[in-house]
Design a binder for this molecule. Sequence first.
Ligand code: SAH
Ligand code: TYD
Length: 407
Amino acid sequence: MSYRCRICQSPVLPFMSFGRMPIANAFLRSKAEFETEYFYELKPALCPVCKCFQIVEIPRPEQMFHDHYAYFASTSAVMSRHFAAMAEDLKKRYMTGPDCFVTEIGSNDGITLQNFARDKTRHLGIEPSANVAEAARAKGVQTLNAFFGVETAKQIVAEHGNADLFIATNTMHHIEDINAVAAGVDILLKPTGVMIQEDPYLGDMVEDCAYDQVYAEHMYIWSITALNNAFGRHGLEVFHVEHNDHHGGCMRYHLGRKGQRPSSPELAAALAKEQQLGLDRAETYVRFKQRCEESRDRLMSLIDGYKKQGKRVAGYGATAKSATVINWCGITPGHLDWIQDSTPAKQNTFAPGSHIPVVAPEHFRANPPDAAVLFAWNHFKEIDAKEVAWRKAGGKWIMPVRKVEVV
Ligand code: SAH
Ligand code: TYD
């Protein structure tokens, strides 16, 4: 099978396969659904020309983003605070003119835009998953239930005018046709308008071997180099970046029209670090594959060690990321009794692929396991503080990726 880069159409060759994968957020509501579960082969590749890290085979978008999409961003208090702070920063930087207009794709349950809606700033969220879009509207966040692209951009301009700000957090890695998004951004933004993107950063993923960032909904893991190449085709460029530790390491990219704004010293430093990490070189990913295999073997030996002693092991956080770990490592209901998750939409379902039952936090409290695989490792501080009693009673976390260890 031959594949082409989704951005520049150059031939690309996957450097590894994580095997047969279900859709990461497709929790199954009954055993009857096991028969018809959808699988694809998870194969990442680096485009040798535009340097975009991407998954070569993906399900149709409607199979991933729909009226029972399981990810409600505001579940995390930490992320709510993070995006509240981002909104205040962006207002000061880019929303100083009269009657400013902010747009956001993947606006989800309104986690970010609620901070603009609150002070009556003109805003519009574009969100294809109907259930989360409805949750946003209930908070007073104006939301268009649609996939963003050229037509949506034209419709928004006709109804609301051009935008000062276009935000996409944890969303641009979900969208197959980035050229359509970039063309839409070009239509939507004012000449001086700014685009903000933030998502898990390729540099962190490679450095930490956090391979669980890779799954169909994360069909790209972005770097500055790749983003500049992709949006450069549509007249935009990165002029500033900021790194943060959320979701295991995210980059916030500030983009404007080419030549519109001076590029920052932070951008130059981050680009130099990309070179040093070899993010644009094939050999980096040969080593990455070896590290993924070592990581898998170590995790399974830790879980097997507990099971051999007759101990009870569960999962904590039915994250989308966990689908890659569980299915790549071969974790079954024989390894984990259940996975606890605080999201009501995920409770009383079965995890995709493995069919491990997903239960509510009360179940964890009533049946404390000896060890829990912390699939939501990116929320370690928040979760560890919440489960301090269990830890004091001897409960252990098994960290599934990065440094695979018992803590
Ligand atoms: N912005 C939030 C939510 C990210 S989840 C946060 O940072 O936490 C990604 C969101 O993108 C989902 O709600 C999904 O429905 C939405 N999405 C997927 N494809 C999209 C598209 N083409 N246009 C706009 N939103 C999209
Ligand atoms: P998250 O890591 O934010 O994203 P992804 O699904 O993209 O990998 O998911 C965190 C999951 O962990 C979410 O399903 C909610 C759950 N969770 C808990 O069960 N308890 C908690 O205290 C927190 C913070 C999250």
